[in-house]
Design a protein around this ligand. Sequence first.
Ligand code: DQA
Length: 173
Amino acid sequence: MTTQDPGTTRDPETTQDPGTTRVLVLNGPNLGRLGIREPEVYGSATLDDLAEACRATGRRLGLEIVVRQTDDEAEMIRWVHEAADARTPVVLNPAAFTHYSYALRDALAMRTAPLIEVHLSNPAARESFRHTSVVAGVADGTVAGFGLLSYQLALQAIATLVAARQAGTGAAP
Ligand code: DQA
C-alpha cells in the first residue's frame, strides 16, 4: 500500500523536491490492519493515521516522507534495494520479519544511508520469539514501545544523522 500526501497534488512517490531529504517509512506484514489489529497492543491509530503523523513530523523537520506497507517479503526487499540505490534514509518497521527474515537483513546490510528500526510495541517485553531482531545489527538504532511516537522519534534521529553526515561529522553510511 502506498500513502500519498492529501495536502498537495504532488505525488511524493514520483516527484522529489530538490534540496529536501526523502525518507522511506516502510512497514511490514499486518501493519495495514492497524486500528483493528490487537488494539490493546498496537493502539487504535490506523496506518493512515500513522502516515499523517509521519508527514507532520517530516514537515517540521524538513523531510519528505513516503510511507509504504506490504505483507510481501519480496516487495519489502525491492524497496530496500531501491533505497540503497538512491541513498534514501529508511525508517523500518519490519513487523514479524524482524524476528526471522535473513533475506531482509542481508538486503538492509547493503544500505547507503541511515536506517532506524521501529516498533509500536516493545518486543522485549513480549513473547520470547520477539526478543530476537535479525535487523537490529544492521540498523543505526532501534526505537520501540512508544506507538506512533516511535516513528516520530526515529524521524528525528534520521534528520540528526543526515545533518551530521552532510556536515561531515557523522559516520558513514
Ligand atoms: C511490531 C512487533 C513485532 O513483533 C510484530 O510481529 C509486529 C509489530 C511492532 O510494531 O510492535 O507485527 O513490529
